[in-house]
Write a protein that binds this ligand. Sequence first.
Ligand code: ATP
Length: 605
Amino acid sequence: MTVSQKLYHRAGLIFPLLAVVLALLLAKVIDPYLAYVATSWVIFGLLGMSLDVVWGRGGFLSLAQTAFYGLGGYVGSIVAINLSAVTGHSLLWTLPAGTLFGAAVAAALAWVIFYARMGPLQSTILSYTFTLLLWSVSQSFKIEIGSAVIGGDNGMSNIPGYILGFGPEAETLGPGDGLILVVIVSAVAFFATRGLMGSTFGKIVDSIRLDIQKTELLGYDVRKYQLLTFAWSGGLAGLAGALFAGWANYLNPSIFSVQEALLVPIYVLVGGLGTLAGPFVGALLIGGLSFWLGGGAVGGQTTLILGAMLILLVLFLKNGIVGTMAKLWAARLPDPDAAARAAGPVAIVPQELETILVEAERQAGRAKVLKTEHLYKKFGGVVPVNDVSLEFRPGKPFSLIGPNGAGKSSFLKTCVGVYRPEKGSLAIGGLDITRAPVFQRVHAGMGVKNQKPQVFGDLSVRENLWIACYARVGDRRKASAIAEKVLTMLGLEGQADVRGSALSHGQQQWLDIGMVLCLAPRVVLLDEPAAGMTNEETRELSQLVRTLAKFTTVIVVEHDMEFVRTLDGHVTLLHQGAVFAEGDIETLRADERVLDIYLGRRQHV
Ligand SMILES: Nc1ncnc2c1ncn2[C@@H]1O[C@H](COP(=O)(O)OP(=O)(O)OP(=O)(O)O)[C@@H](O)[C@H]1O
């Protein structure tokens, strides 16, 4: 790695550190009023980062961040008003209370959103509705909790500022020290978040954003990760809210308003989505410009500035300020994807494959039988899976064939858990999985390859394999070791650092198959694996499937009859959702009734 490359990879650490040092140095020398106003920009940056975690990294645009922010502020203040008058040290109360409450509410909202399997748009609208609901309710919500008075429209006043000393006599920090404190708290939150997102947890969250279905097919409980990410982001927003309450000494329902809610995505977009540091830059820029032009914390020109910035952004800086700078820098470095063009056709190394399969058998146990009994699935009047009872065993590959619309894909999706059957049952190795979610089926030994290659485009080839291995072994080192073996088996060592999206279609198919092998599945389901492959690749694939079938149960849904013939296995013909004929391919080919179906001579059937 060159110095420039090393610097690029550490930039996410170096620049924020420099910014923190600079802010701490400036805090004491700048005008106290400016220090006071700048404190709010840092708080808005923290609020923006809370959204960036869940949106830029988790892939879900939440419009509930100001809800967690406001609730964190209110709850933190109620605790602080009652306790810090006695104990001093207001932050000791406000910050944990605000953070925990924000996280808890976010977790509850996430539970509703993710476990109800809402689509992205629905989820965003629900999060927005939640904020609006709070806005509406808080205007008439009046209550006294100890010395804290929530006065509906009149808001809540007498919120203690930043007090660091113990006892009732402890003094509130001045503007310069207040700024230092907020910078330090935000820096801790930033580096903790950065650490989390750079960890295995963050890699899985990235995978969910890039391809949620594939992540689940690797055996990850995606909803659990989504909920935890959202709770973390709610905690950050609650923390920002608690800091804001101490800064303003006053809160009112406008914190839940439409304008506040929509400002947060703007900070993120201006700074750079997914960059974590970007929202701080965005908030600083918008706050700074408003201050400079409008002469106040939130000057009269804010709307105009925001409008102008958004237009400029859409036209020139789609990746935001930090995102664009990172891209420009990356463009000057050697292209890691160049190796993709140098790659020849993938050639499986047979010995490596056998070694991997033997090792997989040693670790994951013998191949399992997949058994369906009277499986039945309908969509309105269409019954694509009609009373199908089949048993798939290891030894030779099983092929599912049938004309278009015969129900092959529907049968496969019902086995995988994408579709829930109305009747019948499904068992893997004797374990009933009829109602199990997808990831539990994978844990039970199922490995699935869909028709289109599913690789994580933004992750490197090595990372793609690693994330699949980690799903099974749950150990970073072991996952790396297995990933390296699969990489060698695929002959893609030269392309290890190439991003998944830079690979050719055929290479992506192989990488996808490699990821399935990383799971050491005991039953493998392949949906038209030969689609889009060259003749040479199809021959390699046939060899691979036959070898695989010696160690695991393999089910292949296929259109390509020539490919099915080379598999030399058991063939099941589906027609109108039901099993129509079974046997080897030659017997079926000689069957007049089968020809009738394929040629559309249905009147004879
Ligand atoms: N999600 C769905 N909603 C409604 N109907 C569906 C759904 N999925 C499949 N079907 C219907 O079920 C029938 C079988 O479709 P399926 O895709 O399973 O067949 P197939 O044998 O895989 O066909 P092909 O070879 O063309 O992929 C079709 O009539 C299809 O329209």
